[in-house]
Design a binder for this molecule. Structure first.
Ligand code: SAM
Ligand code: DTB
Ligand code: SF4
Length: 329
């Protein structure tokens, strides 16, 4: 099979319907090339047509299993292959996770995301995680987990436990993927997204910017996400948090306006998806976040810590929401 045919086949496996390839890379590149004010205006128009622009969804995030991961993702503090400050910890107890979820709910989060540093879960671990999902769901929160690659039975087990969302990022353009990760492939990511979708779980999938990729790679990532059929329900856009000890520790920071263009293009290409301003918000000014919300971001991680790094604390976010007249949904 040719490379193109292989790419199409793996893209189809992530889709419930045949690939429509509605968004070409060049169409996204054309959006990136618009004068900034035109791009922001267009993105904001699309945003208003599909959402209340003054409402932001808030997801809390917790690391239920930290460090010691077998994979070699060059950005990650949790890979066992790099010497980082992150120490390996055991899977959390269900009760501790449920207590954290109660606190997140009391603080005003509507979704509780649980992340594990695994290539994929094992059966024993699935028992614990499904129990966490059942108990968090019973609190009246939406549930999300990110556990790495799944097999079909596992996706069904998660659905059966009441899981609402599965986070599995494409992370970067398929053509750039091998520069960043070699222990699994972009096609593997598409396969898991396909299984999740077929099990009836909502898909949360996005990527990381600022890993040394080109503008064209960024356009291709947006196109690959938008061409999932349907596009992901949630699209986290992460700005690389450089982690000392990882291969990407010294990567030059991406220009903020380039990041903003990706938010705007994601909003235009995925009009009905929640676009989440994700990792990296801690070092973004309120002014820049306001631009991102204007360009169509309408979801955030709302917690003091992401997985291993700090996030903007809830207090600062509450003050920012009040300044901007934003309401949480
Ligand atoms: N192990 C699972 C996986 O890789 O799918 C789930 C956890 S993994 C840490 C979840 C996501 O966090 C990654 O796909 C990546 O997008 C994001 N991430 C990890 N480290 C990051 C960093 N240093 N900066 C920005 N995003 C990061
Ligand atoms: C996602 O796209 N971003 C979150 C969540 N999904 C799991 C994780 C961000 C991790 C940032 C680096 C860290 O804290 O280790
Ligand atoms: Fe493991 Fe996920 Fe980190 Fe990759 S991103 S090393 S799979 S925890």
């Amino acid at each position: 099979m040719t490379t193109a045919a292989l790419a199409l086949k793996s893209a189809e496996s992530a889709n419930s319907a045949p690939v429509s390839a509605k968004w070409s890379v060049s169409r996204i590149m054309e959006l990136f090339q618009l004068p900034l004010m035109d791009l922001l205006y267009r993105a904001h128009q699309v945003h208003r047509e599909n959402f209340n622009p003054n409402e932001i969804q808030r997801s809390a995030l917790i690391s239920i299993k930290t460090g010691g991961c077998s994979e070699d993702c060059s950005y990650c503090s949790q890979s066992a292959r790099y010497r980082t400050a992150t120490e390996r910890e055991a899977l959390m107890q269900v009760e501790d996770v449920v207590n954290a979820a109660k606190e997140a709910k009391a603080n005003g989060a509507t979704r509780f995301c649980m992340g594990a540093a695994w290539r994929g879960p094992k059966e024993k671990q699935m028992e614990m995680v499904t129990q966490m999902i059942r108990e968090v769901k019973a609190l009246g929160l939406e549930t999300c987990v990110t556990l790495g690659m799944l097999n079909e039975g596992q996706a069904e087990q998660l659905k059966e436990a009441g899981l609402d969302y599965y986070n599995h990022n494409l992370d970067t353009d398929s053509a750039f993927y091998d520069n960043v990760i070699t222990t699994h492939s972009h096609a593997d990511r598409l396969d898991t997204i396909g299984l999740v979708r077929r099990a009836g779980i909502k898909v949360c999938s996005g990527g990381i910017l600022g890993m040394g990729e080109s503008r064209r790679n960024r356009a291709a990532l947006v196109a690959q996400l938008a061409n999932l059929n349907p596009p992901p329900d949630s699209v986290p856009i992460n700005n690389l948090i450089p982690i000392p000890g990882t291969p990407l520790a010294e990567t030059e920071k991406l220009d903020n306006f380039e990041f903003l263009r990706v938010i705007a293009a994601s909003r235009i290409a995925m009009p009905k998806s929640y676009v989440r301003l994700s990792a990296g918000r801690e070092s973004m000014s309120e002014e820049f976040q306001a631009l991102c919300f204007f360009a169509g971001a309408n979801s955030i991680f709302y917690c003091d810590k992401l997985l291993t790094t700090m996030n903007t604390g809830a207090n600062r976010d509450v003050a920012m929401f009040s300044k901007f007249g934003l309401t949480a949904v």
